[in-house]
Design a protein around this ligand. Structure first.
Ligand code: PGA
Length: 242
């Protein structure tokens, strides 16, 4: 797969700022390899400008009486191609379990959405040597009962929780080792039938992207904080996509 950049704007920017942001990135970021994930309410502004977009989350249930939620079928009906699922902020702040993540992945795939499935270990898990076991459990639980032929619509984002928003990133060697581990774990689950793309996410910025982009094992990056700056996002895009 050619490398991609996913911009996760999280719950940031008001309408005025979003309009400014869209003006700033106009003509710079348009690419079928950059996926922008703003808050739901701003997505139509990006769709109108033909950006490739994704939601940051979807509901773990089908349509119904679930105040405040947005379903996979609603997202799909808006011609939004991607959704992030299982971001660590959802898991830690909103107590989202792997069972719910699995439901979301299934609903997304059955509604023809492409899934960016986030996994990652905490600092404590890393310090206790649990990284691999945490990642393999998250993968097994999130991908439970999902057919190999649907996996072509799944991208894994390896996002160490201790790296998100902290400015600390793993070494390239660590990212390579863990990416290979993730790919082989998914291969084991699916009897070598799939070759899953893996992104790196966590404190990616306009400086460390040069070093991160040297890693051939990753299929791109997921950018949070730095993607709020159109010029930083543009530098990252130029490095990854050229
Ligand atoms: P960050 O966020 O780039 O600000 O660390 C990444 C993410 O949470 O997806």
């Amino acid at each position: 797969m050619e490398k991609i950049v996913v911009a996760n704007l999280k719950m940031n920017l008001n309408l005025e700022q979003i309009k400014l942001y869209i003006n700033e990135i106009d003509g710079l970021i348009n690419s079928n390899r950059v996926i922008i994930c703003p808050s739901y309410i701003y997505i139509p502004y990006f769709l109108n400008k033909n950006y490739l977009v994704g939601t940051q989350n979807i509901a773990s249930t089908e349509d119904g009486a679930y105040t405040g939620e947005v379903s996979a079928s609603q997202v799909s009906s808006m011609n939004i191609p991607y959704t992030i699922v299982g971001h660590s902020e959802r898991r830690s702040i909103f107590n989202e379990t792997s069972v719910e993540v699995n439901k979301k992945v299934k609903l997304a795939l059955s509604n023809n959405l492409k899934v960016i499935l986030c996994i990652g270990e905490t600092k404590e898990e890393k310090d206790n040597g649990l990284t691999n076991s945490v990642l393999s459990l998250q993968l097994k639980e999130s991908l439970l009962e999902i057919d190999a032929n649907l996996l072509e619509n799944v991208i894994i984002a390896y996002e160490p929780v201790w790296s998100i928003g902290t400015g600390n990133i793993p070494t390239n060697e660590d990212i390579i080792e863990i990416t290979n581990y993730i790919k082989s774990t998914v291969n084991n689950i699916y009897n070598n039938l799939v070759n899953i793309p893996v992104l790196y996410g966590g404190s990616v910025n306009e400086k460390n992207i040069f070093q991160l982009n040297e890693i051939n094992e990753i299929d791109g990056v997921l950018v949070g904080g730095a993607s709020l700056s159109s010029s930083k996002l543009n530098i990252i895009k130029e490095v990854v996509i050229k």
